[in-house]
Design a protein around this ligand. Structure first.
Ligand code: GCU
Length: 126
């Protein structure tokens, strides 16, 4: 039980970089994905079998939604990441998922050419 935090700067990044220029992030930074569809940040999280809540802390300092596909062990969920006002406007989106016992793969892939929002961390609550 409880909540475990997985920093984005420790995740696997495809087409993006760890940066720290927008205050308020957790840990040493956040992931700034490239502005391209298909870029992703992927975490391996440890679970117990059954229901879980994912929390994704993000900032989107634009006025355009940044929808993404969150896959949990390959099963896709569409998640919108709307504008948060500024790049320091960190906000947490939550979504229900089902985890396996042991290692689980959570990948956030940008659906549009704007890329992902800036990603601070993933939290898993069971
Ligand atoms: C700005 C901002 C970045 C952000 C980027 C974007 O450059 O400083 O942190 O990632 O916009 O549009 O994704």
């Amino acid at each position: 039980g409880g909540t475990t935090r997985y920093e984005a700067e420790a995740a696997t990044i495809s087409q993006g970089a760890v940066e720290s220029n927008h205050a308020g992030h957790s840990g040493t930074g956040f992931v700034n994905s490239d502005n391209v569809a298909g870029c992703y940040t992927e975490w391996t999280v440890t679970g117990t079998a059954g229901a879980a809540t994912l929390g994704v802390r993000f900032a989107n300092g634009t006025t355009a939604d940044r929808p993404a596909t969150i896959t949990v062990n390959g099963s896709p969920i569409t998640q919108n990441f709307p504008g948060t006002g500024t790049w320091t406007g960190w906000t947490t989106a939550t979504l229900p998922v089902t985890l396996n016992a042991g290692a689980n793969t959570v990948r956030i892939t940008a659906n549009t050419a704007n890329g992902n929002p800036n990603l601070d961390y993933l939290e898993v609550t069971q």
